[in-house]
Design a protein around this ligand. Structure first.
Ligand SMILES: Nc1ncnc2c1ncn2[C@@H]1O[C@H](COP(=O)(O)OP(=O)(O)OP(=O)(O)O)[C@@H](O)[C@H]1O
Length: 787
């Protein structure tokens, strides 16, 4: 009868039974006996074990209210054993495993893995000596099964050919689907099997499998166990397995029952069942849990309970074993540090006091340079390959990478900095008489109002001449009959300004110009245009003010022109020549452009880097990569290399849109502009690393990125000159990463300054310094921020 069907591959129960020869049982029994021999607890004996944990203490949370996870735990895993780590959910199995693989540190205690201290130089742990399957799937959804294997194979130093050979075997063993299928399209169980095959791929010395069989078909679970028995036979491979299926661990050589931060027992499954006269391992766990609860009572009473309730085989001749030997490596513990040796020869109080002081860290075999070597070629190759494909296979992300800078730059160039036109301006022109809104505001455009004979002025309807010039700047002039109506309209938002021309405006103006000394107050007042402005929008107010004044100058200049008079006669005595730098008509787009370009590139890099790093971390991929020996520095630099490609592309797009399509001013060297934009993106990338190291979730990273985006926009002189800020803000602005670079880019673009000008090179220096700072901080955080 078919027992398991996967993608057309059908195996029968008979097949499975055939895979489990009785020789394996014999081998298991033999090794159980071998391993259960008590050994001296010396430094060298601990180093000889695959894993040896002593007095492990681990807690999370604040010192005042700690969550104690490991509470003086001892554990011994002999080489070549299959060790079943059992315990209720949340008892600390994963925490213990991550301390073993060197990803978390104990608060106190000692761990030896494959003869070294995890994480110490030269121990090889984390590294390819370990095959780690974390609880999460920890795979790249965008990759196919084959690509996943190639990635993990390369990391562990295998060639592609070796990986291909192993793929065939693992597909067969774990009944994987076609290796060309993408991981994200597999079922949860299939993904777990791919994850398991990635751990088995390079045939490591120590397999650490966190719930490898959860959700799997019982037949497949059996074949996985059979495979583990097979590979541990020779003694080269050791396996630790956590599982919730307690009974499947009866095939393990040793079981550690974990509860309350300790092991209730550490024994072979048959011995546990025999000793506790239980029907199953579940029963044993239950009995031991009850006993541990009693451990809250006084130790003496526990001892009585233990001795009374649990039949502990007596030692035939206790005197035959010396004191050292009594402290077996394999120990089960109860309650308050009450330990029982594996052979049950004696009940020993407080095993932990018997072990010696912590030995010094192992020295790395190589010299200082060897330890400093930050990157290995096969790691970098795997990481760059992985980063490249995970980026370019994700179409949503790709659309974001291309679309966002493009759309932002187009929107900026279209929406920001352009002169507001068509602003409604209310006009009350009493010069046209009481019926002023129905009378055309005409004037003789080319007629000089000065009599050529007498040189007497006869200025009429100068208000119309002025309004003609004003309408060329602001075309939306709305005429009202009187000031009261115009004001009430403006108060309700119908006009941005109200202009009132007195009845005898032109003649009063003429009198005032002709004989200013004897002009009376009435004449002065009636020669002036009264203006009421809506000041809510400063930009609009300044621009209207400018239009109102310039229109007057243009009207008077026109007068001098038609009367053939010197132009300066009727203009204000200030001459504005061509600007030293910049355009004659101020352009806010040019002012804000440099800051906006840098901000787009900087914050896109922050978002992309922190996003991909956090996704990698939260999916468990980062953890898995680190356990397989990849260093934080390698991860950072592989991201730098791939994202540099992205940034080059984004920079090219932004600059083309800004300078080629929208014609932003570019007077300096394009080469230096590109270099500054790129190193600014690099700076954003390194800031993204810091964000992803500090934050645990994408949400907090978003808050942090947003929280830094707004202050930078406001304080870095991007939309407002730094000189206009409060002195303290100016100091803050001085040390922000975008201030000096914006100033530098602006100077290159608009002033055409070269790199030897201090304002320009300061931008390069400041950005480079920030890169170094962010990179150092992130490397330190990756190095030291462990559980
Ligand atoms: N980084 C952390 N910070 C704070 N508490 C943590 C952290 N990691 C784990 N814990 C807590 O430590 C306890 C043990 O967690 P752990 O994941 O080691 O348990 P487990 O035995 O592996 O559980 P399960 O079988 O459900 O996977 C849990 O209460 C968990 O909430």
């Amino acid at each position: 009868m078919p027992a398991y069907d996967n993608e057309g591959a059908t195996i029968s129960m008979e097949d499975v039974r055939e895979q489990k020869p009785s020789a394996i049982d014999d081998e298991l029994a033999m090794r159980r006996n071998r391993m259960l021999k008590p050994q001296k607890s010396t430094l060298s004996s601990r180093k000889k074990q695959a894993i040896c944990v002593r007095r492990a203490h681990k807690k999370y949370g604040p010192a005042k209210n700690p969550n104690v996870i490991l509470d003086g735990l001892n554990m011994t895993v002999a080489k070549g054993a299959i060790y079943g780590l059992l315990g209720a959910s949340g008892c600390g199995k994963t925490t213990l495993l991550s301390c073993i693989v060197g990803r978390r540190r104990l608060n106190s205690g000692e761990i030896w893995v494959l003869g070294g201290r995890p994480g110490s130089p030269g121990s090889g742990v984390p590294g390819p000596r370990i095959g780690y399957m974390p609880q999460e799937i920890a795979l790249f959804g965008e990759f196919s099964i084959r690509e996943t294997m190639i990635y993990f194979g390369w990391i562990s130093g295998m060639t592609t050919k070796e990986v291909e050979e192993r793929i065939d075997f693992l597909v067969d063993l774990l009944q994987l689907p076609n290796p060309s299928r993408q991981v994200k399209n597999l079922s949860g169980g299939q993904q777990r099997r791919v994850s398991l095959s990635a751990a088995l791929l390079h045939e490591p010395e120590l397999l650490i499998l966190d719930e490898p069989t959860v959700g799997l078909d019982p037949v497949l679970r059996q074949s996985i166990w059979d495979h583990l028995v097979e590979i541990t036979k020779g003694g080269r491979t050791t396996a630790i397995i956590t599982t919730h299926y307690i009974d499947e661990t009866k095939q393990a050589n040793m079981i550690g029952l974990m509860r309350g931060g300790r092991f209730l027992a550490e024994e072979s499954p048959t011995e546990l069942i025999r000793r506790y006269q239980a029907e199953s391992l579940e029963d044993v766990f239950l009995k031991l849990s009850v006993l541990q609860n009693m451990g809250k009572r006084r130790r003496s009473s526990i001892l009585a309970d233990v001795v009374e309730k649990v039949e502990i085989p007596a030692i035939p001749d206790p005197t035959a074993i010396d004191v050292e030997d009594e402290i077996g490596e394999i120990s089960g513990e109860f309650g308050d540090n009450v330990s029982m040796s594996s052979k049950g020869r004696s009940v020993i109080a407080d095993l932990t006091t018997a072990v010696e002081a912590l030995p010094p860290e192992d020295e790395a075999p190589g010299g200082y340079l060897d330890r400093m070597k930050p990157m290995s070629w096969h790691h970098m190759r795997a990481l760059i390959w992985k980063n490249f494909w995970s980026l370019f296979r994700n179409f949503g992300l790709l659309a974001f990478i291309i679309g966002l800078p493009l759309s932002q730059m187009v929107l900026f160039c279209l929406a920001i900095g352009h002169y507001p036109v068509g602003l409604p301006i209310a006009v009350v022109n009493y010069e046209l008489g009481p019926n002023n809104t129905n009378v055309p505001c005409d004037y003789e455009k080319n007629k000089c109002p000065q009599d050529p004979e007498t040189w007497e002025w006869n200025l009429t309807r100068f208000s119309c001449q002025y309004l003609d010039f004003l309408s060329k700047r602001q075309s939306n002039l709305i005429y009202y009959p009187n000031e009261v109506v115009a004001m009430s309209k403006a108060e309700r938002g119908a006009a941005r300004a109200v202009l009132v021309f007195p009845a005898n405006f032109s003649t009063s103006l003429q009198d005032r110009m002709k004989d200013p000394r004897h002009t009376d107050v009435y004449t002065v007042e009636s020669s002036e245009i009264t203006v009421h402005m809506d000041d809510t929008d400063k930009q609009v107010e300044w621009m209207l003010l400018r239009d109102i004044q310039l229109a007057f100058m243009e009207a008077t200049e026109q007068l001098t022109y038609v009367c053939n008079l010197p132009k300066r006669m009727l203009s204000i005595p200030v001459t504005f020549h061509n600007p030293i730098y910049g355009l004659e008509v101020p352009n806010f787009t040019d002012f804000a452009g440099p800051g906006v370009i840098l901000t787009i590139i900087f914050f896109l890099a922050v978002a992309l880097t922190s996003g991909s790093m956090l996704a990698e971390r939260n999916d468990g991929i980062l953890e898995r990569s680190l356990v397989s020996g990849i260093t934080g520095t390698e991860i950072l630099f592989s991201h730098v290399i791939v994202q540099m490609l992205v940034m080059i592309f984004q920079t090219a797009m932004v600059l083309i849109v800004g300078f080629v399509i929208f014609g932003l001013t570019l007077k300096g060297s394009l080469g230096w502009v590109i270099v500054l934009t790129l190193i600014n993106g690099l700076c954003g990338m390194t800031f993204g690393f810091v964000v992803s190291c500090i934050c645990d979730t994408e949400r907090t990273a978003t808050y942090l990125a947003l929280g830094s985006f707004l202050p930078m926009m406001l304080l870095c002189g991007i939309i407002w000159p730094v000189e206009g800020m409060h002195q303290i803000l100016q100091w803050i602005s001085f040390v922000l990463p975008l201030t000096k670079s914006t100033e530098s880019l602006r100077s290159m673009l608009q002033r055409g300054w070269t790199i030897d000008v201090p304002t320009v090179y300061t931008g390069f220096v400041s950005t480079t310094l920030w890169i170094v700072i962010y990179l150092t901080v992130s490397i330190l955080l990756i190095k030291f921020k462990k559980g």
